[in-house]
Design a protein around this ligand. Structure first.
Ligand code: ADP
Length: 267
């Protein structure tokens, strides 16, 4: 169980998170949604111990994340950052094998078992055909899938992903969200994902938390969170919510748009 309790954080005295609390249970996938600048990335950095809160706690099964040594933290939490800095000159397989580092001793090489784990992670994310390619030769979408593969190879009980499908086409977006759901479900892991696409977030996440102004505006099932009223209040956008014909989850459709073209003629 991952628990965040009354967490507060400021950048140079400018508050970004003003007392946010939630818990994610084993096997659960929580989606974090909210407008640009609402604090999603900052929250995920606090959850993963990249930043320390000014106040409040983040605990995993009762132990403070900040109190874990970096190696132990890497065994417990795998992260897919929004804009990862990848090492130059490395191949895709080299990078994915780095996901096994928390389990290796000093000067120890990866075993056959580590290679198997890396291979399955590449299969899951459809990057096996890229194994020998250099990271700097990949497209944005390929890099994104490779970073997800590395995080899966880490086999950590907690998986935190910051906009993992922002560069992906529809097919790869569905693939990555399916993998996160299935693999973490099988591992009974805790997953937290920041996403912009409210329709896909509703399809794949067990619960959603909509944040704004550094606070949780609403947390609950996709049906409770993704409503036209909440979206109007938090995003200032006018939308219509339909029911997905297969999953019954909310589908967000903009309810205005074409009159923008008329405004354009006045430019
Ligand atoms: P989101 O992920 O929801 O877009 P962020 O957590 O990236 O939001 O940003 C929240 C707020 O914190 C924004 O106003 C942003 O400008 C500010 N911010 C983010 N990173 C930094 C930083 N390193 N230094 C100062 N301000 C930052």
């Amino acid at each position: 169980m991952l628990e965040v309790t009354d967490i507060r954080f400021s950048y140079s005295g400018r508050p970004v998170l003003n007392g946010l609390s939630f818990a994610v249970a084993t096997g659960e996938l929580l989606g974090v949604v909210g407008p640009n600048g609402s604090g999603k990335t900052t929250l995920l950095k606090l959850v993963t111990g990249v930043l320390s809160p000014d106040a409040g706690d983040v605990t995993l099964n009762g132990v403070g994340i900040i109190d874990l040594r970096s190696r132990e933290r890497a065994r417990q939490i795998a992260v897919v950052p929004q804009d990862p800095q990848l090492p130059e000159g490395f191949s895709v397989l080299d990078l994915i094998l780095m996901g096994r580092n928390p389990y290796l001793g000093l000067f120890q090489w990866e075993s056959k078992c580590d290679l198997q784990v890396a291979n399955s992670a590449m299969e899951y994310t459809s990057v096996a055909h890229l194994a020998g390619r250099k990271l700097d030769e990949l497209s944005g979408g390929e890099r994104q899938r490779v970073v997800v593969a590395m995080a899966l190879a880490q086999q950590a009980p907690v998986l935190v992903l910051d906009e993992p499908i922002s560069n992906l086409d529809m097919s790869h977006s569905l693939g990555i969200m399916n993998v996160v759901r299935c693999v973490q479900g099988e591992r009974k892991g805790v997953s937290v994902v920041a996403m912009h696409d409210l329709t896909l977030a509703s399809m794949f996440c067990d619960r959603l938390m909509m944040i704004a102004g550094g606070r949780c505006f609403v947390i609950g099932s996709p049906q409770e969170v993704v409503t036209a009223d909440n979206i109007r209040q938090i995003y200032g956008a006018s939308v219509v919510i339909l029911d997905h014909p297969k999953t019954g989850t909310p589908v967000v459709v903009p309810s205005s748009g074409p009159n923008m073209a008329r405004d354009c003629h006045q430019c």
